[in-house]
Design a protein around this ligand. Structure first.
Ligand code: ADP
Ligand code: MN
Ligand code: MN
Ligand code: MN
Length: 344
């Protein structure tokens, strides 16, 4: 017996990396344990990860799940990219998250990431009429009906595929601009949420491919008076889930010194186009936090203030953010501050 293993990796495209994948035919049956999957190689000169004269790069499996596209015993295999001396390739941002996640594992940080995205039919967002614009924003968010909703069949198929793969999807909704949607992954640990978000992104592109539709994480797919696409990042530690002081410590730590800029410049290419202060965003160069405030950088949900415990939402990350980077920065900044304040 054989099975198909779809090896997926993150490439070196700049400024925003792309997903790549190729298929390996394997003998036997998958064990379900990622450690049983072999390393593999690829041509890094075709993915902006090597020069042609020394082009070999290594794929090391780090996460596996059932392949809902092919079904049967077939699997998806998410990989980290290494150089042939087995040092992490410079595009490998997961390698930098590993030690930080381990250092602060005692605080049990968890994340729920809201992935917004936009479907495109050729050069137009799905639902935009040829050579013009649809009715202004207002009725599309969480809408229903053929005049407001574009691509639901694909969205439902993607959701089913994510569930069949066993990913920790927690919901979906239609967004503010026609053709724009969201799914949420989590709450899960930093590495889990990031691995599963990358696989959910791959499944999004792959599912839409069968409908001849493309999906993009472009943070501002239509200029002008149309909402951008973000990746709101919800975060808590054990102490935050137990008390409000830790919630405030986390919010304050994100505003200290150079932290706002350290974070924002790593929250996805083109962030200044999206974080304008309009369309439910805070200006990219001014840090703020507030209860229920969708115009703040970081929002404390109203029920969190009510319950005096829970989580915070960093609203700044772009849809095209690298989850390995945003979770590393938030864990590093907030967990360091919580440790200093003895709120662990
Ligand atoms: P919004 O109201 O901002 O649209 P969503 O419901 O889309 O919020 O997303 C909220 C996300 O926060 C979900 O992925 C959810 O699983 C996650 N979440 C809930 N509780 C926590 C928590 N304690 N820590 C981290 N994330 C959480
Ligand atoms: Mn949401
Ligand atoms: Mn949203
Ligand atoms: Mn949100």
């Amino acid at each position: 017996m054989t099975f198909k293993a779809e090896y997926i990796w993150i490439d070196g495209t700049e400024p925003t990396a792309k997903l790549r994948s190729k298929t390996k035919i394997m003998d036997g049956a998958p064990s379900g344990d990622v450690a049983d999957l072999p390393i593999w190689g690829f041509d890094g000169s075709s993915t902006n990860q090597a020069e042609g004269h020394a082009s070999d790069r290594v794929l090391k499996p780090v996460f596996t799940c059932p392949d809902p596209i092919r079904g049967g015993a077939d699997v998806l295999v998410l990989c980290e990219v290494f150089n042939i001396d087995m040092t992490p390739h410079e595009s490998n941002t997961r390698a930098a998250l590993r030690p930080v996640a381990e250092q602060f594992a005692g605080q049990t940080p968890i994340f729920g990431i809201e992935q917004e995205y936009t479907f495109f039919d050729g050069h137009r967002p799905l639902g935009f009429p040829e050579g013009g614009f649809p009715a202004a924003q207002g009725g599309y968010y969480c809408g229903v009906g053929a005049d407001e909703i574009f691509g639901r069949q694909i969205v439902e198929k993607h959701l089913d595929n994510c569930l069949a793969a066993g990913l920790g999807i927690s919901g979906i909704n239609a967004e503010v601009m026609p053709g724009q949607w969201e799914f949420q992954v989590g709450p899960l640990s930093p590495l889990e949420v990031s691995d599963q978000l990358w696989v959910a992104r791959w499944l999004l592109y792959r599912t839409a491919e069968d409908f001849n539709v493309s999906a993009t994480l472009d943070p501002k797919p239509v200029k002008g008076d149309w909402n951008g696409a973000g990746a709101h990042t919800n975060f808590s530690t054990q102490a935050m889930r137990e008390g409000y002081d830790a919630i405030i410590t986390a919010c304050e730590s994100l505003g200290e010194g150079s932290k706002p800029m350290d974070h924002v410049k790593n929250y996805g290419a083109g962030i200044d186009d999206r974080l304008t202060g309009l369309h439910e965003t805070a200006p990219w160069n001014e840090y703020s936090y507030g209860v229920s405030d969708r115009g703040a950088s970081v929002r404390i949900p109203w029920q969190v203030e009510q319950d005096r415990k829970g989580y915070i939402e960093d609203r700044r990350p772009n849809a095209n953010v690298d989850p390995y980077v945003v979770t590393r920065l938030i864990v590093d900044t907030c967990c360091t501050a919580l440790e200093k304040a003895d709120q662990v």
